[in-house]
Design a protein around this ligand. Sequence first.
Ligand code: COA
Ligand code: AMP
Length: 629
Amino acid sequence: MSGEYQKTYEASINNPDKFWDEAASQIQWFKPYDSVLDDSSKPFYKWFTGGKMNTCYNALDYHVENGRADQTALIYDSPVTGTQKKYTYAELRDNVALFAGALKNNGVTKGDTVIIYMPMIPEAAIAMLACARLGAVHSVVFGGFASNELAIRIDDAKPKLMISASCGIEGKKVIEYKPLLDRAFNIATHKPEKIIIFQREQATATLNEGRDLDWNDAVNNAQPSECVHVDATDPLYILYTSGTTGMPKGVVRDNGGHAVALKWSMQYIYGVNPGDVFWAASDVGWVVGHSYIVYAPLLHGCTTILFEGKPVGTPDPGVFWRIISEHNVKVLFTAPTAFRAIKKEDPSGEYLKKYNIENFKYLFLAGERLDPDTYHWASDLLKVPVIDHWWQTETGWPVAANCMGIEPLPIKAGSPTKPVPGYNVEIIDPDGNVLPNGNEGIVVIKLPLPPGTLPTLWKNDERYKESYLDMYDGYYFTGDGGFYDEDGYLYIMGRIDDVINVAGHRLSTGSMEEVISQHPDVAECAVIGAADDFKGQMPVGFVVLKQGSTKEASEIENELIGMVRDSIGAVASFKKALIVKRLPKTRSGKILRGTMRDIADKKDYRVPSTIDDPSILNEIEQALDTSGG
Ligand code: COA
Ligand code: AMP
C-alpha cells in the first residue's frame, strides 16, 4: 500500500478549503467564488459562495467547445422497445438548448420549479439538463410512484410546469402515464400551468386543451437558449426521498458544490477518465440516476448509458454483459439486487460466455448492503474488482468506498471499505460518545459535510435540522447503524429508523402504515422491513382489526395490498398483510418494531424488559410461520 489514500483523506479533513479549492479548478466558473467553505451561518454550511457558473454549461457546452463535440455523450439502449440511439456532445447540447428554449417559451425562468415524471428515455435527461441550463430547479419523480405520491411532491415543490411522457415500459408492460398524471393533478392543491408530454409510439396520450403540450410542438416553436449564470449556492434540483413519515423529504442540491464533488468523484472514486464509457444501471428517478447517469459522467466528459430495461427478462440475464461488450463499458454501477436477479436466473454465468468484456474494469454496487454471497458470485464471475460503496440521496455521492482513482485498498466482503475524502465518519453510542473500533453504533458524519451534499430540505430548514442535525451536536445523523473494524474498515449494518430498502429502492414503512390505517376495518398496524433473499428487504404489515369487523382476513389483506399499490405505487412491493390480535408494545405504548423485525428475520432476540405482554410475540411468530416466512 502506498499510503496515498490516507494522505488524501487527511488532507481533505485537515484542510477542506485547500482540498476543495483544488478540486474546483476542474469546473468552469463564470465568476470565481469568494470563499470555498462559508460557515458563517452554522449549522448551515455553503460551498463556493459568490461563484457563478452553470451546471449544464459544464456538462455539455464546455466539452463541445473543447474538443468533444463529436464524442458520444449519451447512448440510449432500450431492449424493451428494441431501440438504440446515440447523441454526440454537440447533438445533446443542441437538443438541450432547444428544449430549454421551449421551457422558456412556456414561462420557465431561473428559480422556477419543474417536475419531471418520465421513464428511462433520453428526453428525461434532456429535460433535466434544460432546467439546469435555465437555472430552473427540477424535481424528478420516479415513474414507479403512484398519483398520490406525485401529488404530494407537486404540493411541496409547487412546479410552474411538469414534463412527462405518454408511457413507461416495465419489462413487457406498457404503463400509461397520462391517467396517473391527471389523477395527481386533481389530487394536488397546487396546479402547474402547463404539462409538456413526450408522445411515445407504444401509447398516445390525449392532451388536455389549454394545459397540455406535445413535446415536439413545444420544441418546433422554440429557439435554442443559452446557459443562465447561476450562483454556486442556487438550487439545481430537489429530490424527494423517504423519511419516517408519509411526507417525503425534499433533498436540495446546489449547483457549484455538486459539480465540483461529482467531477472529483469520477476520477478519484470510480477511476474513470474523460472519454471512458460509464454506465449506471439505475433510474433517473433515484439519486444514482441524477448523479451517475446524468450529471457526473457528462461533467467528466465521459459517455453515459441510459438503459431502459431490467437485468433479467429484457430479454435474458445476459443483457448487462451485452451492453458492457457492445458499448465498451469501463465501469458499471448498479444495486446488488440486480446481481441477485441475474444470479437467480443464470447461476453459473452461462450468458457471460457469449460476450467479450475484456475492457470492463470495475463493478460498483450500492443502494443496499452488499451481501458477501453476491459479492463473491459477482467477483468470481467477472474477475474484476467488485466495489461496495455506501451513500444516500442526501449525500449525493459516495460517503464510503474503495477509491479506485486514489489507491485501491484490499477488499473485505461486507464492507464498503473506508470513508471517502471529505467525509469524517464516526460511530457513536446513543449518548453521543464516540465508540472504539469493533463496537456497533450509530453512524454519523462530523460537520461540515463536503460539497455536493444537501445544504437543507426544500423550503424547510427546520425539518433539515430536526431530521439530521439536532440529535447529535456537530454531526449529521445518517440513519444507519454500523461499526469500524480493527483495520478502520467501515461496515454499514442497516437503517436504525423506519426507512427500508426494497430492491435498492428506499421506502418508508411509516408512509405504508398511514395508508393501511385508512382502511375502515383497521384499528392499528405496524409495517416492518423483513430480510428477503432477492430484494434485500420486503415490507410486511401486521394489522389489528376493529372489533366487530366481519370481513375475511384474505379479503382485507387483498384490499390493503391494493391500497398501498394504488397510493404509493407498485414499487412499494407490499404483498403481505398479516392479521393479528394485538401488536407487541412497551408499557408506555411504543410498538416494538425492532423485535418484530428480529422475529421475521429469524434472529435470536431478547424479550424487551419494557414489553407489556410477552405472549404477543408468540402470536407474531405464528402469524409469520403460517404466512410462509
Ligand atoms: N414505473 C412503473 N412501475 C415500476 C417502475 C417504474 N419505473 N419500476 C418498478 N416498477 C414496478 C415493477 O414493475 C413491479 O411491479 P409488479 O409488482 O406489478 O411486478 C414493482 O414496481 C416492483 O418493482 P421492483 O421492486 O423493481 O421489482 P422487479 O421484480 O420489477 O425488478 C429488479 C427487480 C431487481 C430487477 C429491479 O428492481 C432492479 O433492476 N433493481 C436494480 C437497479 C435499481 O434500479 N436500483 C435502484 C437504485 S441504484
Ligand atoms: P438512498 O437514499 O435511496 O440511496 O438510500 C440510502 C440508504 O441505503 C442508506 O442510508 C443505507 O441504509 C442504504 N445503503 C446504500 N448503500 C449501501 C451500502 N453500500 N451498504 C449498506 N447500505 C447501503
